[in-house]
Write a protein that binds this ligand. Structure first.
Ligand code: NGQ
Ligand code: ZN
Length: 482
């Protein structure tokens, strides 16, 4: 006999499905936290507006603890005038030891900060970050993890200690994790060795594959382990081919940083004779398992080719704005049928609402037009972007997330029924209002893998996790810069 009590029955006034809102949605959740189809009948009412949790396809967890610490002007001077709209590409390219603050000077600050982060610190920071993600509506995160070894490059006694710190943090917070251990071998396209502060990122291919194998053996319903190549500048071609042809690369997600800065486009052209996306598409069998993070600088041909592969463009609009990266060609990519998802990357902001808002606003500011992401007459920008980010994020995660269909994880958000903004809205404008006007937290309850992790805006373990985070950051501030 079946045991109906094992399936929890839930009701939503409006339920977001892949093809739009459905009214009076009823669904079941089994004891494993998986969604099940159920017949109509009595069910627990969750709220008026229920959405799938958003996947976060790109995170460097440790960087959360330095958010706001790199916004002070460094050395003033240099030749490249900061005239709005003045596209001084040459200056940007040559400006690797910058006279003006840019991506590469931010990276120095980030490296100095990273030097003091060990396994305990990483776990404390990541758990706090993941609590914040859940409260903001992210229920899964892809951790692009390259802080592998001790600061001088020596492996920890347990070589996967830093990876395990992230796994433990995700379990404490209750967020689904796609762990992407990163292969990082060189300091630039010219093959230079890792700099002193990069030593702790490095692996030879064999050691990297061993780490991958160890972590793969820990996979379960809440943890998937994929592959990450830091960037074309950090991974020589023979190593890239060795990893991609290994048995471990035959399934699971594959992520890479690709074309974030004009400087790396220029170096790639000079040394490999092609632009980064062009080079990757020519040398690897890029398809749906791939996520190209910061596919920022694409020409028309690359845009169309990337869209055809079915790979995910991993966009992190608030970090890309914060670091001064440039703008992704959103309209032509969507017209070509391209897939995209969002990540909070450096965690200067932790909000799917803000990522999607800035994805659209960047385009509006650059083109002096409106409603760019909506490519059909009458289409909603908010719905288009929310749907795209759910689908692309799920694809990049390698986990059954991003949709409230039977067989998927019960990862869901219940919006605030008490919100005056949302109470005044009907279905067509709900996601537009959330994305463009939703500034106060509007996610009231969050379920991850069938368990409530946030109820009434509070995470069940947030005080303890925040206290440990505060103590950790205080300790890091006293540590000498590496
Ligand atoms: C990272 N972050 O690996 O943390 C990079 C910066 C690099 C972003 N690109 C370092 N946002 O790309 O070399
Ligand atoms: Zn990154």
């Amino acid at each position: 006999m079946t045991q109906p009590t094992r399936i929890r029955r839930c009701h939503a006034g409006h339920l977001w499905q892949a093809d739009g809102w459905s009214r009076e949605g009823i669904f079941g959740i089994d004891a494993d936290g998986t969604l099940q189809a159920v017949e109509d009948g009595p069910a627990e009412r969750l709220g008026t507006w229920v959405l799938p949790g958003m996947p976060n396809l790109h995170s460097h967890a440790f960087q959360r603890a330095m958010a706001g610490l790199a916004e002070r002007r460094g050395k003033v001077g240099g030749s490249s005038a900061l005239v709005p709209g003045h596209d001084d590409q040459k200056a940007a390219i040559q400006d690797r030891t910058p006279q003006q603050d840019n991506f590469w000077s931010w990276r120095e600050t980030m490296y100095a900060f990273a030097a003091a982060v060990g396994p305990d610190e990483l776990k404390a920071i990541a758990a706090q970050l993941y609590v914040e993600m859940l409260k903001a509506g992210y229920t899964q995160v892809c951790e692009f993890h390259y802080l592998h070894h001790q600061p001088d490059g020596t492996p920890y006694a347990q070589p996967e200690a830093m990876s395990l710190a992230l796994v433990e943090a995700a379990r404490e917070a209750g967020i689904a994790l796609t762990l992407l251990p990163v292969l990082y071998m060189r300091g630039g396209f010219d093959g230079r060795p890792l700099g002193a502060r990069q030593r702790r990122f490095g692996h030879e291919v064999d050691a990297y594959l061993r780490l991958l194998e160890t972590l793969r053996s820990q996979q379960d319903a809440d943890l998937s382990v994929g592959i990450a190549l830091h960037s074309l500048r950090a991974v020589p071609e023979d190593a890239l081919q060795a990893v991609l042809t290994s048995g471990l690369a035959q399934d699971g997600p594959i992520h890479i940083h690709i074309a974030e800065q004009l400087g790396e486009v220029q170096d790639c052209l000079a040394i490999r004779g092609a632009r980064p996306v062009e080079w990757l598409l020519d040398h690897a069998d890029v398809g749906e398992r791939w996520c190209l993070v910061h596919a920022t600088h694409l020409n028309e041909d690359e845009t169309a080719r990337l869209a055809r592969t079915g790979a995910v463009a991993g966009l992190c609009p608030t970090t890309e704005a914060n670091l001064g990266d440039g703008l992704f060609p959103l309209a032509s990519y969507l017209d070509a049928g391209g897939t995209l998802g969002i990540g909070s990357d450096s965690h200067i902001s932790i909000s799917p609402v803000e990522e999607l808002r800035w994805l659209e606003y960047g385009q509006r500011l650059a083109t002096r037009r409106r409603n760019i992401a909506a490519r059909r007459e009458g289409a909603s920008v908010g719905e288009t972007l929310w749907r795209a980010a759910l689908e692309g994020g799920a694809q990049a995660s390698g986990l059954p997330v991003g949709t409230l269909q039977p067989g998927h994880r019960a990862d869901l958000l219940v919006l605030d029924d008490g919100s005056a903004l949302l109470a005044a809205r009907e279905e067509p404008a709900l996601l537009d209002s959330l994305i463009f006007a939703g500034n106060t937290p509007l996610v009231r309850d969050v379920m991850s893998g069938g368990r409530w992790v946030v109820r009434d805006f509070r995470h069940h373990d947030e005080e303890r996790i925040a206290q440990r985070y505060r103590e950790t950051v205080q300790r890091l501030r006293q540590a000498p810069a590496g």
